[in-house]
Structure formats: C-alpha cells, structure tokens
Write a protein that binds this ligand. Structure first.
Ligand code: DAH
Length: 357
C-alpha cells in the first residue's frame, strides 16, 4: 500500500469511529481542511520535478476524492441512523384500539328531579332550596306537629350537635320545613309594601300567590330495600285566596300523567292524617298496563294547609288558603324505570348508573 492509500484508509477508519455528525466535521478537517493531510501533500508537490508533479498531483486528487466519497457515505449513514432512531421513538401503532373517553351522565334520581322541576315550572311553580340541617321549629313545631308525635321520636330522626335542649338541630326528616321558610320570606317581602299592615299581626293584605316546589335530600333512621337513611323528597305548596282541594287534584294528576307519559294513569286520593294539613290525603297511582298494572302505588302525601301552618307563615287563614304535597322522587324513579331496590341508587355502581346515560 502506498502512502496515499494509507491516508485514504486512515481517513475511512477515522470516519467510521465517529457517531455524531458534528464530530464527523472535526475529523473531516484533519484530512481535507486547510492544514489537513491532503493540503500538506499538495504543498509537497512544489518540491517535485516537473515531470513527476503531474502524476503525483493526479494521484493526490484521486485520494482526495476517495476521502470525500468516504466522508459523504459516512454522513449519509449517520443521517439514516438518526432518522431510523427518530422513527422508532415516534412509532405509531395504528392497530391499537382507540382510547375511549368516558361519557358521564346524570344520576337517575337527578333526571327525575329535573323532570319534576320542568313539569311544575310549566305550571308556574318556582323552585326553592333550603338547609338539610334544620331546627326543631321548622321541621316540626311550625308544621303543627305536637311534641308527642311519633315522627319526633329518636327512632326516626337524626339529631345533630349544636342545638339547645328545647331547639335541637336535626337532619330534616322531610322537605316540609321549606313550606314555612319559603312562605315566610314571600310574606315578609310583600307585607313590607303594604302600609296597612301592622307589625306583629298576621298579614291579610294582598300579595301574589305562593307557588313553589322544594326538592332536596332528607334523612331518617331507616334502611332496607325501600328505605334509605338519606332519600329525596319534593315539597309542593300553592297558597292563595281561592286555592282548593280541586286544584290539588288537578295539578297533581296533570303532573303524574306528564311525568309517566301516560294519560290513562289513574289517581286515588286516600284520606289520611298529617299534622300540617286538614283534610289530608295520601296519593296513590295505578298504571293501566305494564308490569305494575292494577296495583295502587303510593307516591305522595298531601292536603289542605292547616290554618295553624298558615299562621306560622305569617298569613291570616281567614284570607289565605292552599294545598301542599310531599312526594318521593326516589320512588317515582323506581316506578318510571322499573327498579326494585332503592339501594341501587346510592351504591354508586357504575354498571347500574351507566344504563341511565
Ligand atoms: N312531609 C310528609 C312526609 O314526609 C309528606 C307530606 C304530606 C307533605 C302531606 C306535605 C303534605 O306537604 O301536605 O311524610
């Protein structure tokens, strides 16, 4: 091997040990740069006799071309390797199944509550919200519930800390306290505008009707397939100067038929007792067909608001009269979807809940 071949081989070997493109350019300078091997060899031509210059010059040029070719090959090899590595790092497996985005949905009871609000909204009812920790006054006393009423016993009611012996705090056992809370606010607002009203007296002046529903959570010490310690109720109240039991029947029948999308649904108002209504009725419904056909199913308590309750609202019962009802949205949801265990609603099992999406 002559000296030129040796130079070419060395250059090739040097290029091959390099793995980074920037390093390759440094090595290139050692061979092809201003003070690299090839330039040195060219300089050496000057000292040669004229007849040798030509052939030596041609040979050096050939060596230079060979080095350049080796350099380009190495550059290409490094670029290819880099591209390959990048492709591998960014590999996209188009055969992978797509990732599904979880689609949420409303809880079945929330669906019912929305439905109830929409239907009563279309009949001109407002929606009121109130506290779940309630006082004895709003939950019982103001609702004409005497102190020895069974609903007050420890058995039914969750008492919580913070009250006094005579006014304990409790978790509301029904949404009925909202009748008082909402009516008191309503009456306060309108009697203030009436110059004839005397402070401390019941209001007998003119005011817009009270028409409200109050949905929400309620609590009782009770738990089985049809009772849960936390459950939902929706209160309804309509008080005016001429609101009768007939209006209650009309409104509630219209509501049930719309809620269950069944105009042949039959309702029964069965005489009952509640301290805050007189007369009182339990409302049963019957489906004309389907798996529940022929059975009377209780869906609400109702009645004409008791004069004592009207008084506790700050109103004169000689002028104001109305009806109230309290229904169970959980039960309505069970009937609407054919669910037979209430606990399914509160277990949080996604397999159950996803069916209502
Ligand atoms: N609060 C009663 C209960 O929880 C239901 C009820 C009955 C509400 C009659 C009313 C009513 O407004 O008039 O059992």
């Amino acid at each position: 091997m002559n000296d030129l071949q040796t130079v070419v081989e060395r250059a090739r070997a040097a290029f091959d040990t390099v793995h980074a493109p920037a390093e390759l350019e440094n090595v290139k300078a050692q061979y092809l740069g201003k003070s690299g091997c090839i330039t040195d060899l060219m300089k050496g031509l000057a000292a040669l006799p004229v007849d040798e210059k030509k052939s030596r010059g041609a040979a050096i040029n050939q060596a230079k071309q060979a080095i350049e070719a080796a350099l380009n090959a190495r550059r290409q090899a490094l670029a290819d390797a880099q591209l390959q590595a990048q492709l591998q790092a960014e590999a996209l497996d188009v055969t992978l199944p797509g990732r599904q985005r979880g689609v949420g949905g409303l809880h079945p009871v929330s669906l019912s509550l929305e439905r109830i609000q929409t239907i009563f909204g279309s009949m001109g009812f407002e929606v009121a919200q109130g506290p779940e920790i309630e006082s004895d006054w709003f939950n019982f006393t103001a609702l004409n519930t005497p102190e020895n009423h069974p609903a007050r016993s420890m058995h039914d009611t969750f008492y919580v800390e913070g009250g006094t012996e005579h006014a304990p705090n409790l978790l509301r056992t029904h949404t009925s306290p909202m009748q008082i809370r909402h009516a008191v606010q309503h009456v306060k607002k309108h009697r203030a505008a009436d110059a004839a009203w005397v402070q401390g007296t019941l209001f007998s002046g003119a005011m817009p009707e009270i028409r409200v529903i109050a949905p929400g959570r309620t609590y009782r010490v009770d738990s089985d397939a049809t009772h849960s310690p936390m459950f939902h109720q929706c209160e309804g109240l309509w008080v005016g100067e001429n609101v009768s039991f007939k209006d209650l029947k009309y409104v509630f029948t219209d509501f049930c038929r719309t809620f269950f999308e069944n105009n042949d649904l039959v309702l029964r108002f069965r005489p009952s007792f509640f301290p805050f209504t007189e007369p009182s009725a339990e409302i049963d419904i019957q489906f004309p067909s389907g798996p529940l056909a022929g059975r009377w199913l209780e869906v609400a308590g109702s009645g004409q608001v008791h004069p004592n309750v009207i008084r506790n609202m700050g109103l004169d019962p000689e002028r104001y009269i109305g009806f109230a009802f309290g229904m169970g949205p959980d039960r309505l949801t069970m009937l609407r979807y054919g669910v037979n265990d209430l606990r399914l609603f509160f277990d949080g099992d996604i397999r159950f809940l996803a069916q209502f999406r």
